[in-house]
Design a protein around this ligand. Structure first.
Ligand code: NAD
Ligand code: WQD
Length: 335
């Protein structure tokens, strides 16, 4: 049985589907600070299977103990965190409390119950400004924002734990830019308020909720002047977690792995593929660079292939089709 923290969120809900499809039993804990229980209802609809849900905070040791007493949890997949880069700059302490303190509480409770298998959601944000591309796991570390630092400190805490006790099996996954939605159109990304990330903003423009997409910067040293990223289908990302569980079953110790496609895509390339795939004309305007944006960031995903036989299967066109299917089927997200 697997405990999934943050399972009602964007990546968590897609991962639940893949886990349940592989006949894993799952228990979810989520405080719904950035999600809704409706996502879990949709997961049940997609899979035709039930799941156990606790609405609560991973910083609540009492609740965690109740869960570990009641369910024979073997491994934890730890998604629960606050993830807005912007907000982390204005509210660093809230980010350190939620992403670091609460993670320490989770790990303490796991250790008490002798549950020593964990998959941790890390981020390409731990690398900071790219020094070379594609970026492998040996790329220098240098997170710039409090959010990125929380992800890196989380990694460091886990690495120290692995040194202190060799029974721990820890897979830290550094995600690049997850986009897209489940092919059913029943679950997807549903940001609160005005989206900051490219895809949700773009699909909200396409559906008519927002007027125009601003493209931040056209003077980068890239194929067409706009920044380059490694967009990865959220379903491929979700499947990476199933593979990571298999790796943990082999008593893997500590592993850190990039999850990306290894394929660079510029903002303008993405916009033009979106128009081609969906037939939607997308109004956009060129704007100055957004502060803090890297020029070019994409993964070397070879280690994940070697260590856990995982590579992405879905194309950029699949990501855009599925993101559009979700947005057009649910103009107001889960509401
Ligand atoms: P999300 O906000 O959709 O999901 C996170 C979930 O955790 C939400 O449902 C939220 O309500 C819950 N949560 C937050 N704090 C909690 C707490 N203290 N107790 C219980 N539940 C809590 O975010 P996501 O995009 O699904 O991201 C999942 C993880 O992946 C996060 O750890 C994030 O840092 C990491 N990550 C995300 C991206 C991305 O671009 N989406 C990229 C790299 C890494
Ligand atoms: C992608 C590109 C923008 C919006 C962020 C976090 C990172 C990780 C993933 C969690 C950039 C451009 C965007 C818009 C635009 N999250 N853009 N107009 O910044 O690569 O990564 O999400 O770990 O930590 O920083 O993703 O989707 O915001 O931007 O032109 O309205 O789209 O400039 O080049 P980013 P993004």
């Amino acid at each position: 049985m697997i405990l999934v923290t943050g399972g009602a969120g964007y990546i968590g809900s897609h991962t639940l589907v893949e886990l349940i499809n592989q006949s894993e039993s799952v228990v979810v804990i989520d405080n719904l600070q950035n999600s809704t229980e409706l996502a879990l209802e949709k997961v049940k609809e997609i899979t035709g299977k039930d799941l156990t849900f606790y609405q609560g905070d991973i910083g609540d040791a009492q609740l965690l103990k109740q869960i570990f007493e009641k369910h024979p949890i073997k491994s934890v997949i730890h998604f629960a965190a606050s993830k807005s880069v912007n907000e982390s700059v204005s509210q660093p302490l809230a980010y350190y409390r939620n992403n670091i303190s609460a993670t320490v509480t989770l790990l303490e409770c796991m250790a008490q119950f002798n549950i020593k298998n964990i998959i941790y959601s890390s981020s390409a944000a731990v690398y900071g400004d790219p020094v070379y591309t594609p970026m492998d796991e040996a790329h220098p570390i240098g997170p710039i924002t409090p959010y990125g630092k929380t992800k890196y400190f989380g990694e460091q805490i886990l690495a120290d734990l692995a040194v202190s006790d060799s029974q721990w099996n820890i897979v830290m996954l550094r995600y690049f830019n997850p986009i897209g939605a489940h092919h059913s159109g029943l679950i997807g990304e549903d940001p609160l308020g005005e989206p900051r990330n490219l895809l949700p903003y773009l699909t909200q423009v396409a559906i008519g909720k927002r007027k125009v997409l601003s493209i931040f910067g056209q003077d980068y040293n890239t194929i067409d002047g706009t920044p380059v990223r490694d967009y990865i289908h959220v379903v491929d990302l979700a499947k990476g977690h199933v593979q990571a569980l298999n790796l943990i079953q082999k008593q893997c110790g500590l592993k850190v792995l990039n999850l990306g496609t290894g394929k660079p895509t510029s903002v303008l390339e993405l916009v033009s593929r979106f128009e081609a795939v969906t037939g939607q004309k997308l109004p956009y305007q060129m704007m100055p660079r957004r502060e803090g944006d890297a020029e070019c960031c994409y993964a070397a995903p070879d280690a994940a292939l070697k260590e856990m036989s995982w590579k992405t299967e879905l194309s950029l066109d699949n990501m855009l089709e599925d993101a559009w299917h979700w947005q057009s089927k649910n103009p107001n997200g889960y509401n």
